[in-house]
Write a protein that binds this ligand. Structure first.
Ligand code: C5P
Length: 233
């Protein structure tokens, strides 16, 4: 069973260090996103890897195939465990992402998992139609992008836990990584469709991403242990 991935949506290396002191020497699964990576750069990844943590570098690449390929070469050299792209970049771009990852790997290292964002959870049905001129509904669009991701050879997608059964019914051997996780009684914040870690597991998620339920808790270690307990049930 994979450990819950803690979203380190924190402003600096210092704030991350303070946060992690609560966990002692425990090896964790951590997600580093744009906020932290653009502030601290590769040294923060090196530091977290050195401490033995598993890292999902969430930079959601989306550019022309050659640029994504070269960028992925650089990310592979950081020896992270999971990276991602936007499926909207298309099949050729996603294939190029994998080529870059393979090309950038140090000898003997295994390729990081590479997943795609189908539609951001902030995208509404109305936005799809009015702003992006996409007439299909959210569910059909997510499935179409997921199939494209699978055909491109990537390992899976980021999606809501509530979409997981639908995705798994249609695509086999395909990972779902699901944010929008809250412990019972927590604030939902800006997430609209939330589930508990236990529910996410029942729905078939392969990995869960938990941010504020842990990072904003008065007792992050206790909150994390509650998430872990439900997830491993
Ligand atoms: O604090 P919270 O648990 O809502 O954090 C969820 C994390 O997952 C954030 O880092 C957010 O950017 C990320 N995420 C998401 N929905 C997506 C993709 C990523 O919430 N579709």
């Amino acid at each position: 069973m994979n450990a819950p991935i803690i979203a380190l949506d924190l402003p600096s290396m210092r704030s991350v260090e303070t946060f992690l002191t609560r966990f002692g020497k425990q090896k964790l699964a951590l997600k580093v996103g744009m906020q932290l990576f653009y502030k601290e750069g590769p040294p923060i990844i090196e530091k977290l890897k050195l401490a033995g943590h598993w890292i999902f570098l969430d930079l959601k690449l989306h550019d022309i195939p050659n640029t994504v390929k070269e960028a992925m070469k650089s990310l592979a050299a950081l020896e992270v465990d999971m990276v991602n792209v936007h499926a909207a970049g298309g099949k050729r771009m996603m294939e190029a992402a994998l080529e870059g990852l393979e090309a950038g790997l140090a000898r003997g290292m295994t390729r990081p998992l590479c997943i795609a964002v189908t539609q951001l959870t902030s995208t509404s049905e109305n936005m799809l139609k009015e702003e992006l001129l996409i007439d299909e509904g959210i569910e059909q669009t997510v499935l179409h992008y997921a199939k494209l991701t699978n055909e491109s050879g990537l390992d899976g997608i980021v999606c809501s836990s509530l979409e997981t059964p639908f995705i798994k019914e249609n695509i086999h051997d395909f990972i779902t990584v699901t944010p929008g996780i809250r412990l019972t009684g927590d604030e939902r914040d800006d997430q609209t469709r939330i589930v508990t870690p236990e529910k996410a597991k029942q729905l078939g998620s392969d990995y869960i991403v938990v941010g504020r339920s842990v990072t904003k808790s008065k007792n992050p270690l206790e909150a994390y242990e509650r998430v872990e307990l439900e997830w491993k049930k």
